[in-house]
Design a protein around this ligand. Structure first.
Ligand SMILES: [Zn+2]
Length: 145
């Protein structure tokens, strides 16, 4: 499941996109954002309204923050071979574009598409998706781990 929230700023919108697994965590994130805004501005809430999938916070300084979220199921199987053994990884834009693949692809299908084995330089550096902690041995070896 994923969630997206709009309300405070563009920057925050982006961060919320990466897999918030539980509704309670969405609520918690909103609570934190509300507390932060109150601390930063010294304003207090004058009115809170909401329903399933949205909340509106009205502030003593006149600000109105609206949060909206949706949950949707993601099929994390490889879109090409339907393998459920599809560990998350991220390759460079060049490699991905050269594959002409769409959607979620396991590394085996990516290798088939580019006609060669992946090697460490093909993976974007410094990303949690490529840290090797959650990857099967074969993919780890491609990452040079
Ligand atoms: Zn596949």
């Amino acid at each position: 499941m994923g969630a997206s929230v709009s309300g405070l700023s563009e920057a925050e919108d982006g961060e919320w996109d990466s897999g918030v697994p539980e509704l309670s965590e969405v609520e918690l994130e909103i609570e934190n954002a509300v507390r932060e805004y109150g601390d930063e501005t010294g304003s207090f809430l004058t009115r809170v309204s909401g329903s399933h999938g949205w909340r509106v916070f009205e502030w003593s300084d006149g600000a109105v923050h609206r949060y909206e979220w949706t949950h949707h199921l993601l099929d994390l199987r490889c879109a090409h071979c339907k393998s459920p053994n599809n560990d998350l990884y991220m390759v460079t834009d060049e490699v991905w574009e050269s594959s002409d693949l769409d959607g979620w692809a396991c590394f085996r299908c990516l290798e088939k598409a580019i006609g060669r084995r992946l090697w460490p330089d093909d993976f974007k550096p410094g990303l949690p998706a490529n840290d090797g902690d959650h990857h099967e041995p074969e993919l780890r070896s491609r990452m040079g781990l």
